[in-house]
Ligand binder design. Structure first.
Ligand SMILES: Nc1ncnc2c1ncn2[C@@H]1O[C@H](COP(=O)(O)OP(=O)(O)OP(=O)(O)O)[C@@H](O)[C@H]1O
Ligand SMILES: [Mg+2]
Length: 241
């Protein structure tokens, strides 16, 4: 049987928050929605500024993570990011609400690594080497390889630090973790490689609505592909005086 996601639904019921105020001023959150997770890997894709991070941060907080990211047990440091009004407005429906997982909030991963360092962590759960003593991409991959097992994983642009080859390694880790249905991932990405994960539920947030798409329909895939096939065609237009 196909593994079932344990976070089943995220919705914004009617009559939420103050219209016209952030984040309800964004087209995506200006009306009620319901997002049903149908795969162990759900990928959110959309233009810069459409609301992916805003949504992931709110879902992560409702799921029990701190806004600045980390594991569900992580309770380090001050909250310096604004908590959006979306947090109390969202409704989450669970099939099973586990306690493990990780929220990778791209901007504050360094702060999480620093917190572990200051807390005297031996980094055993992260491959045995301080995350601060590894390169950006190495530390990301060490985290994915050593710390992720079962649970809910919310990742905002996990590709940010990874070379194309390491993005492929990431896909292989993703497959190992999800094939038995013990880990669920909700990922925001701009990477055409990550988007291609077999069996992923890809949801476009463009145009102010949630729309399930084939990854080959996304601008990310189409533009990258057509650019790589003939970059000079793009440069003729882009660099036109
Ligand atoms: N605290 C805030 N107050 C007001 N507007 C905000 C706030 N945080 C984000 N925004 C705006 O909300 C919009 C959505 O931001 P968000 O970070 O969710 O986009 P995104 O889809 O993650 O984009 P990207 O692909 O660039 O990461 C942006 O236009 C942003 O400027
Ligand atoms: Mg973002």
């Amino acid at each position: 049987m196909k593994p079932q996601p344990f976070l089943r639904t995220v919705s914004l019921p009617p009559g939420h928050g103050a219209p016209g105020e952030f984040p309800f001023d964004l087209p995506l959150f200006s009306r009620p929605f319901q997002l049903d997770f149908t795969s162990m890997v759900t990928i959110l894709v959309g233009e810069n500024g459409c609301g992916k991070s805003t949504l992931l941060e709110a879902v992560a907080q409702r799921a029990g993570f701190q806004i600045e990211g980390g594991s569900r047990q992580h309770r380090g440091g001050q909250e310096d990011a604004a908590v959006s009004a979306l947090v109390p407005a969202l409704r989450l429906v669970w099939r099973y609400r586990g306690v493990r997982g990780f929220f990778l909030r791209a901007e504050s991963f360094y702060k999480f690594a620093q917190y572990l360092e200051e807390a005297g962590s031996d980094f055993r759960a992260y491959g045995g080497k301080s995350l601060l003593a590894q390169s950006h991409g190495e530390s990301f991959l060490a985290l994915f390889r050593n710390n992720f097992e079962d649970g809910l994983y919310i990742l905002d642009e996990p590709e940010a630090a990874l070379s194309p080859a390491r993005q492929l390694s990431f896909l292989s880790i993703l497959r190992d973790l999800t094939r038995h249905g013990n880990a669920q991932f909700v990922i925001a990405t701009h990477s055409p490689i990550v988007l291609a994960f077999p069996g992923a539920q890809v949801i476009s947030l463009d145009g102010g609505e949630f729309r399930e798409v084939d990854y080959r329909e996304t601008d990310h895939y189409r533009i990258t592909r057509s650019f790589l096939e003939a970059p000079e065609r793009y440069f003729r237009t882009l660099f036109e005086d």
